[in-house]
Design a protein around this ligand. Structure first.
Ligand code: CP3
Length: 354
């Protein structure tokens, strides 16, 4: 087992005692940091940052070097590397978000979908290994994936920020076709996460960014079921340590009890739920990660401190909380406001761990 200098984050995910509440920020390496914008310029594009292990390592380390109070590193990559490897042709248009050259709408195309050879994603595993070497035990490294449902929304619709009508129509008119997409994607994701773990990822997170768009029953059938399959298929220990898993459905606050039952170690919470009542609802089954509204980081250090205290107070005494934002940090965040949040978490959380 390699030595880890700070295992606060891993312990909190497993609801073990820690001295303070560990913290990291979703999208902590990103456009709000001037050093990230410079690296992206040097690399030529966002995808070049992801596909080159030197660049991916460089940008993963940027928030850690700037903010000594972070308790975890997250692999710099994107959830859409998976549909790209499945042959859909990912590209980014300046200011427009991700798009795909091909979509999965015709039955013939859908039936051809298959689990890709993991060598197509070797660049991700190379980045994981290189980041682990560079971290040299300083902090644990999080690997990640999109959920099958969230990845399918991009594969069927061809882009993000949609009304999801094409994929929802498929869910109700041809559930067999959607289940084929989801099942193939789930099998791919199991191999993908296990390869990240083999390369050195010490915890894994499943981002179900669009699960909240589904109706109550459809969420279980088309999203949660497949996340359960993934959790069941994950490598549970590596290098002598447990590899904890986090499941995060944005907009999924109504279904926390069901999420807590799939066997993941922790649940991510967006900002729409009160973390204290979420804790009561899930009991001792899972740790919780969240849930400050990222928009709060646009305000002032004083307002940020007040809101951080509210989240810590609501969670209350005891272990099993990883502080985070309720979604990714926005590109408009002044970097010093992120520092104010991290300071407030460290200063005010110790009292809850005595
Ligand atoms: O947290 C981290 O620092 C790790 C890196 C990370 C990125 N994307 C980098 C990125 C992670 C964990 C993701 C996950 C991701 N990607 C999700 C799930 C989380 C969420 O936000 O709900 C989703 C839905 C995507 C798909 C995606 N990638 C979108 C919708 C966009 C465009 C929106 C945007 O913020 O620009 C991306 C691009 C992207 N992924 C950027 C970064 C840093 C910005 C690219 C740039 O530099 O222009």
């Amino acid at each position: 087992m390699s030595t880890l200098q700070n295992d606060t984050f891993l312990k909190a995910l497993m609801r073990q005692p820690t001295d303070y509440t560990p913290v990291w920020m979703m999208r902590q390496a990103g456009r709000y940091l001037p050093e990230y914008r410079q690296s992206r310029k040097n690399a030529g594009s966002f995808l070049q940052l992801c596909k080159n292990a030197d660049f991916a390592t460089e940008v993963t380390m940027q928030p850690l070097d700037r903010y000594p109070l972070l308790d975890a590193a997250i692999l710099f990559s994107d959830i859409l590397t998976v549909p790209d490897a499945m042959g859909l042709g990912l590209y980014f248009e300046e200011g427009e978000g991700p798009k795909f050259e091909r979509t999965l709408q015709l039955e013939a195309d859908i039936k051809k979908l298959a689990v890709p050879d993991m060598s197509k994603l070797q660049y991700v595993f190379d980045a994981v290994s290189q980041i682990r070497k560079t971290l040299n035990g300083r902090l644990p490294l999080i690997g990640f994936t999109g959920s099958p449902w969230t990845l399918a929304t991009y594969m069927v619709e061809g882009k993000g920020k949609t009304d999801f009508l094409t994929i929802k129509k498929m869910a109700y008119a041809r559930p067999d076709l959607l289940h084929h997409i989801l099942d193939t994607t789930a099998q791919t994701v199991i191999q993908y996460l296990n390869a990240q773990i083999a390369a050195g990822a010490q915890a894994v997170m499943i981002f179900d960014s669009w699960g909240g768009a589904l109706s109550h029953d459809a969420y279980k059938e088309f999203s949660l079921n497949y996340m359960q399959k993934i959790v069941n298929g994950l490598t549970k220990t590596n290098d002598g340590r447990v590899v904890p898993s986090v499941v995060f459905t944005k907009g999924g606050g109504l279904w926390l009890e069901a999420q807590a039952a799939i066997g993941a170690d922790a649940l991510g919470l967006d900002w729409t739920v009160d973390i204290g009542s979420a804790r009561q609802r899930v009991g001792a089954q899972v740790a919780l990660q969240g849930n400050l509204d990222p928009a709060i980081l646009l305000s002032t250090p004083e307002a940020i401190e007040k809101e951080v205290v509210k989240v810590l107070q609501s969670y209350g005494h005891g272990h099993g909380h990883v502080f985070n934002l309720g979604h990714g940090i926005t590109q408009l965040t002044p970097p010093e406001n992120a520092a104010a949040m991290l300071d407030a978490v460290r200063t005010h959380s110790r009292q809850y761990h005595q």
